[in-house]
Write a protein that binds this ligand. Structure first.
Ligand code: S3P
Length: 758
């Protein structure tokens, strides 16, 4: 039987990537591709094939296909090279369709499919053709709905959805490209992967949830005591079981076709459910919290991934750009987020302590959250963060468990270097990985001393991440003289020293932040400190405590500089940590003439804290004292902006470490400052900046586009520069501001800056 409609939708202007599309099985999946291609004018004609003539008529009447037949063999002789046959029938019916195609499919026609299991499609092809033919491109659109049938077909079903193609070694390249183009033209994102990998991934992420949803609804529906259950079932039930309304035939087929991979997933899930059952039975609140907090973190991460995907899909952009409008001043009373260094350390030490550690003021930025997630991955129950509050159920010095996979710490050098020290002392192997920027940063500075302690640490080429750390090594104490002033290296060695036999000492060439030493003492671990030397004896234990993380002076610096360069500014920064190993920015800005006063000085949890008041004052260029460099190491990008607004020359030396931060901060700032019209000359260990400011409100910077290179502090520094710019400053690649100061734009606007995020 054959049914015809109103002709085809070919337009002369259209680039024809494929000729005809034959859709075998005009249901939701096949019909939606047909409608999508029609909307995109992506082919010359669409022919539907359905077993029942009513479906053929319906498909034509709905405009899903141009014509339809019940017997595919009748149209095979018409097909030409470049045409595509899309087999969109239930998984187990694919073989019968292949058998019909076998005798009569003209050369040059591509066959693809939409079955949810690829192993069974490949087996079906082998059974029919003897081998998988090169014109078969197995595929699987990861899209659908619990509705089925041709009436459910939609032209937008595949927009922003993934299509997985699983080409074989012999798959024809041109055919593969044609299918890829076909899916892209209906708005899908096409990925390729091996057949076995596809089936395992789908078993876990799609097939298992369907088994569970069907099983749960069936259990409840058959439970006599629960006969009223659906009447009272609310959102949770609805969200969780939506997929149990899917097509039973399709899902029965999938279960049978992907048997082995699904059984593996079911077994894993069953044992997890058993363990949850016994935790509930025995009132094991900690185990329940462990599973729930880990699962929540994973789900939140997934939600964010989905949101980012939606964002990039609609905005067609993966980047965050700051557009900083010129002029303005900063005023008011602000509290910037918690100290990043202390936030990392609070999670690390809290996890290894005996007892429950409560943290407040925790920085909910991506870097500190990466540390938090790493410890969750190693089995630590961590509640929060909620409004900066985190509760850590410490597992003791030897209570960490092997993580299920590599620990991914994103952009965070502190996480990677400090964790390396702790992991060297564990009984299990571990791998630390990071993002593109972190993957370029030097790790031999920690790997070398750890090796001296007897650890087995492997790096990638040139000492770059990932770090592979072997567990179960007996560590021996060392007396380590740091070749560079680095708190991360010092902390790494001291943390490994907790697991070493004997007394581990570090000697630093200049004072660096001492939060590790102070916090260890706060957790009751004795640290001997004598000038530049810090020592501890391994084998002790940590006792849980309460930690109040003050606001981060590194984040506060952006507002200190903002107020110092913008006439009319007067800002109060609350509860900022002013540890003498971190106060270089205050000293340097004051030396330049900044009006900074420290009010309400106090000590909180072993760390000095104050409210910092900054009023506008004209600045002058200075030679920055080298002893201040490690004390202001993260603040230089902002200080360079202050230098550009000062009267006269500012010279920085002894700061080669700036070249190996999240970016080469000397080069990145020099490049950006030059684009904005400042004479900034990089040197191997610093920079020389000719200030254009002084006692006037006149613009110092021109407008322009600068690249932050994904470095949070470069991004925020140029945003501050706009206060003294003559035109917009557009700052590229600002997404990483979220690593240390997630609400920067909001606070900046509240203070009076005109900053747009796009
Ligand atoms: C940090 C130490 C510093 C600093 C980083 C945080 C820490 O790094 O730049 O942002 O928390 O120990 P180095 O140790 O590389 O100087």
């Amino acid at each position: 039987m054959a049914v015809s409609g109103q002709g085809c939708m070919a337009q002369e202007t259209t680039v024809q990537e494929i000729g005809r599309l034959v859709v075998v099985g005009v249901g939701l999946i096949g019909g939606s591709l047909a409608l999508g291609l029609k909307a995109a004018r992506g082919c010359r004609e669409i022919i539907g094939v359905a077993r029942r003539s009513e479906v053929c008529e319906q498909a034509v009447a709905l405009g899903v296909v141009d014509r339809a037949v019940t017997d595919i063999e009748t149209i095979l002789p018409e097909l030409e090279p470049g045409d595509v046959v899309f087999v969109a029938v239930p998984t187990l019916a694919v073989e019968a369709v292949f058998a019909q195609l076998k005798n009569g499919l003209p050369g040059g026609v591509v066959v693809t499919d939409g079955a949810s299991v690829k192993g069974s499609v490949v087996t079906a092809a082998q059974r029919v053709w003897g081998d998988v033919p090169d014109f078969l491109v197995p595929g699987h659109p990861i899209a659908g709905s619990e509705q089925s049938g041709v009436t459910a077909a939609r032209d937008d079903l595949y927009i922003a959805h993934r299509i997985i193609l699983t080409p074989m070694e012999n798959t024809d390249e041109q055919h593969l490209r044609r299918i890829q183009t076909m899916w892209e033209s209906v708005g899908a994102e096409v990925l390729t992967m091996p057949v076995a990998e596809h089936d395992e991934v789908l078993a876990a992420t799609s097939h298992l949830p369907h088994v569970i949803a069907y099983g749960l609804v069936d259990t409840l529906a058959h439970d006599a005591e629960n006969e009223n259950i659906f009447r009272y079932a609310a959102g949770g039930f609805r969200d969780f079981t939506r997929i149990a309304s899917s097509d039973p035939v399709m899902w029965r087929d999938i279960m049978l076709a992907n048997r082995d991979a699904i059984l593996k997933s079911i077994d894993l899930y069953t044992s997890n459910l058993d363990s949850l059952r016994s935790a509930i039975a025995s009132g094991d609140s900690e185990r329940l919290m462990g599973v729930f907090t880990r699962a929540k973190a994973a789900r939140d991460h997934f939600t964010k991934m989905l949101a980012k995907k939606a964002y990039t899909e609609t905005m067609q952009a993966t980047e965050v750009t700051f557009v900083a409008r010129p002029g303005g001043a900063v005023n008011g009373d602000l509290r910037v987020p918690g100290d990043k260094s202390m936030s990392h350390r609070s999670i690390m030490l809290g996890s290894l302590a005996e007892g429950v550690t409560e943290v407040e003021g925790f920085l909910e930025g991506e870097d500190a959250l990466a540390t938090l997630q790493s410890f969750r991955d190693m089995g630590v129950v961590i509640e929060g963060p909620v409004d900066g509050r985190v509760t850590i159920h410490g597992v003791g010095m030897h209570g960490l468990q092997a993580p299920p996979g590599p620990l991914y710490v994103g952009n965070s050098g502190t996480s990677m270097r400090l964790l390396a020290g702790l992991l060297a002392g564990q009984a299990f192997d571990s791998v630390l990985t990071g993002d593109e920027s972190l993957s370029k940063r030097p790790m031999n500075r920690v790997a070398n001393p750890l090796r001296e302690m007897g650890a087995e640490v492997e790096t990638a080429e040139d000492g770059r991440p990932p770090l592979k750390i072997k567990g179960g090594r007996a560590l021996k104490a060392i007396d380590y003289t740091l070749p560079m002033a680095s708190a991360q290296v010092k902390s790494c060695v001291l943390l490994a020293g907790l697991y070493a036999d004997g007394k581990t000492s570090t000697t630093e060439p200049a004072p660096t932040r001492d939060h590790t030493e102070r916090m260890l003492a706060g957790f009751g671990y004795e640290v001997l400190r004598d000038a530049s030397r810090a020592s501890l004896v391994g084998g002790g234990s940590l006792t849980a405590c309460h930690i109040d993380v003050p606001a981060d002076i590194s984040s506060a610096t952006f507002f200190m500089v903002a107020a110092s360069i913008a006439p009319g500014s007067d800002v109060l920064l609350r509860h900022v940590g002013i540890n003498p190993t971190r106060d270089g920015a205050i000293n340097i800005l004051r030396a330049m003439g900044a009006d900074i006063t420290l009010e309400n000085r106090r000590e909180v949890g072993g760390e000095p804290v104050a409210d910092i008041r900054v009023r506008y004052a004209p600045l002058k260029g200075i030679q920055i004292p080298e002893d201040q460099v490690p004390l202001a190491i993260d603040e230089f990008p902002a200080i360079f902006v202050a230098a550009a607004c000062a009267d006269g020359e500012t010279v920085l030396t002894g700061a080669e470490e700036l070249r190996v931060k999240e970016s080469d901060r000397i080069q990145a700032m020099a490049d950006g400052l030059r684009i904005l019209g400042i004479n900034a000359e990089p040197t191997p260990d610093g920079i020389v900046i000719q200030g254009k400011g002084g006692d006037s409100a006149a613009p110092v910077f021109g407008g322009g586009v600068v690249d932050s290179l994904g470095d949070h502090r470069i991004a925020m520094s140029f945003a501050v520069a706009a206060l003294r710019a003559g035109a917009d400053i557009r700052i590229q690649h600002c997404a990483n501001v979220a690593t240390s100061f997630p609400n920067f734009a909001e606070l900046a606007r509240r203070a009076g800056m005109n900053l747009e995020v796009s």
